[in-house]
Write a protein that binds this ligand. Structure first.
Ligand SMILES: [Cu+2]
Length: 66
C-alpha cells in the first residue's frame, strides 16, 4: 500500500479522475481517495514514480513527490 498526498481534489469528479488515471496504468490496482485529508492510498505493484506521473497527468499536484 502506497500513500500519496494529492492537492487539487475538490469533488467526486476529482476522485474519479484520480482513480481512473491510476487504474488506467494498473487495472488491478485498488485506489482509495480521502478528500478530507487529500490522501490517495494505492494498492499496486507499480513503482510510486509511475503512479505519481499518472496523478499529475490527470491534472493534480503531488507536492511531496516533486
Ligand atoms: Cu472535482
Amino acid at each position: 500500500m502506497q500513500t500519496f498526498k494529492v492537492d487539487g481534489m475538490t469533488c467526486g469528479g476529482c476522485v474519479r479522475g484520480v482513480t481512473n488515471a491510476i487504474q488506467r496504468i494498473d487495472p488491478q490496482s485498488t485506489v482509495q481517495v480521502d478528500l478530507a485529508t487529500k490522501t490517495v492510498k494505492v494498492d499496486s505493484a507499480l513503482p510510486c514514480a509511475q503512479i505519481v506521473d499518472a496523478i499529475k497527468t490527470a491534472g493534480f499536484d503531488v507536492p511531496d513527490m516533486a
